[in-house]
Design a protein around this ligand. Structure first.
Ligand SMILES: *Cc1c(COP(=O)(O)O)cnc(C)c1O
Length: 451
């Protein structure tokens, strides 16, 4: 049976092509824009290829108790909404997705809110949301007969790609900026057997070099310019809807780096509305680091109509991207839902990360921009006390343990960066103290910390 019902549509000029014709670099030959996966059968009001909303909700939940890998995957259990493979039997899965949605009681109270949640995508097999996209795009690579896959990465894409390539028995090539990725991520790429090249350039430099390489060699490109990545990354939108019993929250807040994730979630929510699974989209807001904020600048200056690349610099290495590939798609998601795009400082990111840690969850620095951004939106009157808000936590706290330890030692932020937040930082810091191995010394250490 052929499960494949898709075509690609250029996000710029609207040209339509067959899936395999966008290789090797996934840019439109007419206008240079990115492609988006489209399912022509969904446009018929009725017809054999148009999914039935009521039946799907039941089926998707039922699959959670199945013993099949494609059913246990939180991506492929929604496979009716991503018919991108000739056969779903070709799916390469590590049982990604099905991540928890947690209430954040302390952060909610501090913000005078009640309905504040975290969708923790760091609870995926390789520790970031990239797994949801990688299972989709790598399965396509495998089905199309590629032996090599490659990506440029700020770290998590390479960790995810290397893991899925290893599962599929494919070789993988990783290009990363030297010294600018977290050790946890680099170690994963090596552990899973990727050929890992550290280059003396930034992420944007790695990606442009890789674009040349895939023209010369039969390698399948797995950066988020690949539209199949976004098909997998849209499925957390379905999970959020399901967790809210198909009555979506008011607002979903996402970190913005290369802007594939926010684009994908926008697509997921949009398709659910089109298919009658939910009544409306939530507001989608994208938060960037102030040192890597091209989209936030674009929104401040011209409402997201054009974008000037910037030289990116932030300790939140996963979003250290100055020339985001998917910015037009992300801008559309923000504009059509009435969300916002803001940036937050290094100090605000560090405080928000420690607050998420203090909820017993933890996340990597790039994920914490969501809470930092929510505080700003709340202070600016954009989010009301009664709104329900979901923060998308994109990566696991162990990805960048150095950052956490430096924060708690007081070695992370400069005086300048900490200015105005000294009290919060002092209340959050938990420096590991060295004391004598005696009962009294440990009891004294416990007393010495404010509750
Ligand atoms: C990749 C990544 C991001 C940025 O996502 P984009 O799709 O590039 O915007 C944010 N946080 C983490 C942890 C990531 O790995």
């Amino acid at each position: 049976m052929n499960d494949n019902l898709h075509q690609l549509r250029c996000f710029g000029c609207g040209a339509r092509i067959a899936g395999a014709d966008a290789q090797p670099h996934f840019r439109c030959a007419q206008c240079g824009e990115l492609f988006e996966v489209e399912y022509p059968g969904w446009n018929q009001k009725k017809g054999p290829d148009r999914p039935n909303a009521g039946a799907l909700k039941w089926l998707w939940r039922e699959r959670r108790s199945s013993l099949e890998g494609v059913d246990q995957s939180g991506v492929w259990r929604f496979r009716e909404l991503l018919p991108i493979l000739d056969s779903f039997g070709n799916a390469v899965t590590l049982r990604e997705g099905n991540t928890p949605l947690y209430h954040l009681p302390r952060a909610a109270q501090a913000l005078g809110m009640d309905q504040l949640f975290a969708k923790h995508q760091g609870m995926n097999p390789s520790g970031s949301f990239k797994d949801t996209g990688m299972t989709a795009a790598l399965s396509v690579a495998k089905e199309r007969g590629f032996e090599w896959v490659a990506c440029a990465s700020t770290g998590n894409t390479s960790a995810a790609m290397a893991a899925y390539a290893a599962r599929a028995g494919l070789r993988s090539l990783v290009l990363i900026p030297e010294g600018k990725i977290a050790w946890g991520k680099l170690s994963q790429a090596m552990d899973y057997g990727a050929v890992t090249c550290q280059l003396k350039t930034d992420f944007d430099g790695c990606l442009s070099l890789l674009t040349q390489i895939v023209r010369e060699a039969p390698i399948y490109l797995l950066n988020s310019v690949n539209p199949y990545r976004l098909e997998g990354q849209k499925t957390p939108a379905f999970e959020i809807a399901e967790a809210f019993d198909w009555n979506l929250p008011d607002h979903v807040i996402v970190p913005g780096g290369n802007l594939g994730n926010s684009s994908a979630l926008g697509k997921g929510f949009r398709e659910m509305v089109e298919l009658g699974l939910v009544a409306r989209m939530p507001k989608i807001s994208v938060i960037q680091a102030a040192g890597a904020n091209p989209l936030a600048r674009s929104f401040a200056e011209n409402g997201g109509k054009s974008l000037e690349p910037v030289a990116a610099n932030t300790r939140a290495t996963a979003i250290r991207i100055g020339n985001p590939a998917s910015w037009r798609k992300a801008a559309k998601a923000i504009q059509e839902t009435g969300g916002w795009c803001l940036d937050v400082s290094e100090g605000e990111i560090a405080v928000a990360k420690a607050e998420i840690g203090a909820e017993g969850l933890g996340c990597e620095p790039a994920s914490a921009v969501t809470l930092a951004g929510l505080k700003k939106l709340r202070a600016g009157g954009k989010v009301a006390a009664g709104d329900s808000v979901v923060l998308v936590l994109t990566g696991h706290t162990l990805k960048d343990a150095d950052y956490t330890i430096d924060f708690h030692k007081g070695a992370l932020l400069s005086e300048e960066e900490a200015r105005g937040q000294e009290t919060q930082i002092a209340g959050l810091r938990r420096n590991a103290v060295t004391v004598e191995a005696s009962l009294q010394a440990v009891l004294a250490a416990m007393k010495g910390t404010a509750a």
